[in-house]
Design a protein around this ligand. Structure first.
Ligand code: FES
Length: 106
């Protein structure tokens, strides 16, 4: 399955991923710039912040309260589409998922 990351300057990178991976893990494995993931996925840093593309928000579920609290600490503006990419698990329905990387992570 594929995930596309769009940088703040509009450049895109599409990477291969597996169901069960997090959107953060898929980015780190492919060296996608802008996903820092300082805490390694334990929901303690907010440096894996992404904006889910509008076309996909209905398929990515909702964020938990603790995810939302952590997003409050994110460097870039928190929007309705904001997610911690370490908490976004890929499922088969998410093949082709597109996320936008924020301007700043820390
Ligand atoms: S990697 Fe730290 S909160 Fe996602």
């Amino acid at each position: 399955m594929k995930v596309t990351y769009i940088q703040p300057d509009g450049s895109e990178q599409t990477v291969e991923a597996k169901p069960g991976d997090s959107v953060m893990q898929a980015a780190i494995a492919a060296n996608v710039p802008g996903i820092v993931a300082e805490c390694g996925g334990s929901m303690a840093c907010a440096t894996c912040h992404v904006y889910v593309d509008d076309a996909w928000t209905s398929r990515t579920g909702t964020r938990s309260e603790s995810e939302e609290d952590m997003l409050d600490c994110a460097m870039s503006e928190m929007k309705d589409s904001s997610r911690l990419s370490c908490q976004l698990r890929l499922t088969d329905e998410m093949d082709g998922l597109t996320v936008h990387i924020p301007e700043e992570q820390f």
